[in-house]
Each structure stands twice: as C-alpha cells, then as structure tokens.
Design a binder for this molecule. Structure first.
Ligand SMILES: *Cc1c(COP(=O)(O)O)cnc(C)c1O
Length: 251
C-alpha cells in the first residue's frame, strides 16, 4: 500500500448500486448451489475479499449486510480495521509472516480468522499475543496442488501435528478448518476440482485424529460454485463482487 491510505467511508450512489447488484448475484448463486446439493444456506460463509479496494466499498457492502471481509496485507488490514465498523469480521488470507503475527492477533480485536497458518511457530505466536481479545479462529493452509510457488503445508503428518498442537495447547485459538488456494489449472478444468478433492481427503484424516469436524475454506471468484458443490464451508470472493482490482503500482 502507498503512504496515502484512503480514509473516506463515503460512497456514491452509483457505486452502491453496482456493489448491491454484484453482491446479490453472488448470494443468489450460492443459494442456488446449496439448494441443488441439499445444504442449508448458512452452511456456507461468504467472505468478500477487499484487498486493494477502498474502505468506502467495504462500507457500502457493510450497509448491504455483508460482515465478513478478507484482506491480504497486514498494514492495509490494520488501517481498514481502525476506521471501519467494529463488528466487521476480518479474515486475514495473505501470506503470514511470523513477525507480523503479533500485530494481527494482538492489535485487531475484531480479527475473526487467520486463514493462512502454516507452521506451529506461527500458531504459537498468534495464541500468545491474543491477550484479552476473543478467541481467534484459524485455518491451516494446505498446498493441495503441489506447486512449489504456492505456500501452505503439504505433509499430512505435519498438518496433523500442528492441528493437535492448536487444539491441545492454544487456548486462545479455535481451529476452524483447512484452507487451500488451489491451482489455476484446477479451477478452469472440467469436472471435479482435484485441489478441493485433496483438501477434503486431508480433512478426513485430520478430523479423525483430533475428533473434530473441520471447515473447508476453498473457492474464489473462478471456482466458488464448484467449491460449494464439493463441500466448501467458506468461500473467498473478490473480483466477482468488487470488479477488477487496481494494480498495486497504481495505488
Ligand atoms: C485475492 C484472493 C482471493 C479472491 O480472489 P478473486 O479471484 O478476486 O475472487 C481469495 N483468496 C485468496 C487467498 C486471495 O489472495
């Protein structure tokens, strides 16, 4: 983010109308899909991914009833959390660095979830710095595609060990589930998404070990419908709600 962070929460009527239409259309698509597969509509949580988007857009969606928002950058999230309504449920979905865990966990009371935990050390840090704030939900990020450039855990024994660590030794954390970003190729190929299938397999093994059913954070603009079809409980949708994002260099 540039130094001149936007602070205005005022939105135009036309932008409001635009966001209303896209949000309603995503909600409708979700409702249709859960209906098809016989699930209830509240079994899927919609996170509006607002990275790079102005606070006024978030305020507009908030005024339309949206409460869950996802952010990728610590500084941007910290700023937005300060100026926007305090009952927003923020999801941190960006690459997590150990030295940023304290700022996230200890300074943002309404941080609802960190979806990108990929080590025991980071879980420990998030737990130890949460202080008096409410329990923080976490997802373990799983690299389901095997692509080297994707972050996330790939070793199942390690995933199980960190999951147990969180459940047994992190009283300020609640292990909500597993998360994957999924590969681009899987998102555009026909039929069942292999990354989502993999996440479901891993969840079965982990939940057996910790005696706790876990949620599945999977599905973005390109593939959230397929993700719900396969059992996603948390979809992270950016561009389909907000339109295309400004480039980082233009901010
Ligand atoms: C940016 C981002 C999203 C949203 O992607 P869209 O394609 O805009 O829907 C979801 N999840 C993660 C981890 C992201 O970084």
């Amino acid at each position: 983010m540039s130094s001149d962070l936007q602070t205005s929460l005022k939105y135009s009527e036309s932008r409001f109308a635009e966001l209303k239409q896209s949000l309603n259309s995503v909600r409708d698509e979700i409702a249709q899909e859960v209906n098809q597969v016989g699930r209830s509509v509240d079994s899927v949580n919609l996170v509006a991914v607002s990275k790079y988007m102005p606070p006024s857009d978030i305020q507009a969606l908030y005024d339309l009833g949206q409460r869950d928002f996802g952010e990728n950058y610590v500084q941007e999230l910290t700023h937005k959390a300060e100026i926007l309504p305090k009952d927003i449920k923020w999801h941190f979905i960006g690459s997590l660095q150990t030295n940023k865990c304290k700022v996230l966990s200890g300074r943002i009371p309404n941080l609802y979830a960190v979806e990108t935990v990929d080590s025991q050390a980071k879980a420990q840090k998030l737990n130890d710095t949460r202080g008096e704030f409410d329990t923080l939900n976490v997802y373990l990020q799983v690299n389901t595609s095997g692509e080297d450039q994707k972050s996330g855990l790939s070793d199942e024994a390690e995933i199980i060990s960190i999951a147990k660590f969180i459940v047994d030794q992190c009283p300020k954390l609640n292990l909500l589930g597993l998360m994957t970003i999924g590969s681009f190729s899987a998102s555009v190929s026909e039929g069942e998404n292999q990354d989502f299938k993999k996440l479901i397999e891993v969840e079965a093994h982990v939940s057996e070990q910790i005696n706790k059913k876990l949620g599945l954070s999977m599905g973005m603009s390109a593939d959230y419908i397929e993700a719900i079809r396969q059992g996603s409980t948390n979809v992270r949708v950016g561009r389909t709600i907000f339109g295309s994002r400004p480039l980082k260099q233009d901010l």
